[in-house]
Design a binder for this molecule. Sequence first.
Ligand SMILES: Cc1cc2nc3c(=O)[nH]c(=O)nc-3n(C[C@H](O)[C@H](O)[C@H](O)COP(=O)(O)OP(=O)(O)OC[C@H]3O[C@@H](n4cnc5c(N)ncnc54)[C@H](O)[C@@H]3O)c2cc1C
Length: 382
Amino acid sequence: MPIPMQPVITMQMRRFSYWESELPPEPLPARELPRRVDILIVGAGFMGRWLAYFLSKRTQPARILVIDRDRFSYGASSRNAGFITCGQVSEMLADVEHAGQDRVIETFMQRREGIAIAREVLPDFHIDPCGSTDYDPVTDDKLALMAKLNEAAGDEIFSVRAARIGQAVRPCIFNNADGAVHPVKLLRVLQGRASGAGFEFGVNAVKVKDGVAELETIGGHHELAYGRAFICTNGFASELDSESRVQPGRGQVIVTSKIHTRTDRTLGYLNAGYDYFRFVDERLLIGGGRDKFKTEQNTRELESTGEVCEYLKQVAAEVIGHTDWQVEHQWAGIMGFVAGEHLGGSPRKRLDDKTEAIAGFGGMGVALTPLYAKQIAAEDWV
Ligand SMILES: Cc1cc2nc3c(=O)[nH]c(=O)nc-3n(C[C@H](O)[C@H](O)[C@H](O)COP(=O)(O)OP(=O)(O)OC[C@H]3O[C@@H](n4cnc5c(N)ncnc54)[C@H](O)[C@@H]3O)c2cc1C
């Protein structure tokens, strides 16, 4: 007998992100889980939803089920900054140090491709075409990398121009291809577009291996057979694969009260991309500090911390140019990094003949997940 489904309470208490507060989860209907599906997707973040979308458009009919233990995304997809970006030069120059220039340019091109796919699939979805500004000092090695990136893109994506931040105007590298999205709206639109797939929330996968998934819900244990499974659980990957190379890392964000500022209304990057900001409804959203605080590495705790908040307030004061504002929202999200690095390796890992993990997009998931999903769905493996 199938078990009637209700949400399982595995969540830690958490603060909603700005996006989740605007669009809180809708009530869950009680459902029954099937005993067998063709394709099981574990994790309903961007990766799981893009994959559900592309797999549901394949010509072969398949029974697709997406499960998530949370109502939104316990991980990153509903708690991020919403930059849809192919990258910025200071961060990419830092990446050249450990990953090499070829890898950096390849990833830049993959991000461009992912953004193009998102635009093509969702032409009516609002992407604010604000561009992004890299406020770190412009140096000769950055100009050289910028020229190489423009050459690879066959377009003048990056250029140097004067930009305002707080009280200062300085030369900066501007990226004209970047934009901003509302992450929860994007998640919802994707779920609607993946209409051939079933979505079940409040379902925790405890084991997914060799064609059998063991699931837990508040109604009890449920065993489900699958033809193929994709584990898209990001910073939680090691819970289902003890040898996973994906390491969790916490990102913290604050949003201020409404502000007056003359700072340019583009996306902004400071400190080689570790600190980032954008404007939302006349407020400043700012995140970062991950490089400054050891507490942010290797943790899956969703708690915001006072010391990171204080740091973000200092950076916000520089960005805004005054301190006549308050923090109105504060939250954290969990990212996944392959080998703990920004460009640590492929997020794809085959676990057995029927099971694959796709996890660890770091801070690049908005742009990269559509590309990976499209590529996987085009593979001839069913
Ligand atoms: C603060 C912050 C800011 C960021 N800003 C940006 C940005 O501006 N631009 C950008 O491109 N990227 C950004 N990122 C990164 C981006 O959000 C991620 O790369 C992307 O969301 C990853 O999507 P995902 O689907 O792989 O993982 P997630 O969104 O983390 O989804 C994983 C899902 O798996 C579920 N899950 C986990 N374990 C289980 C289980 N056992 N059973 C069932 N379900 C399970 C979780 O509940 C979760 O919903 C940011 C991240 C953070 C935290």
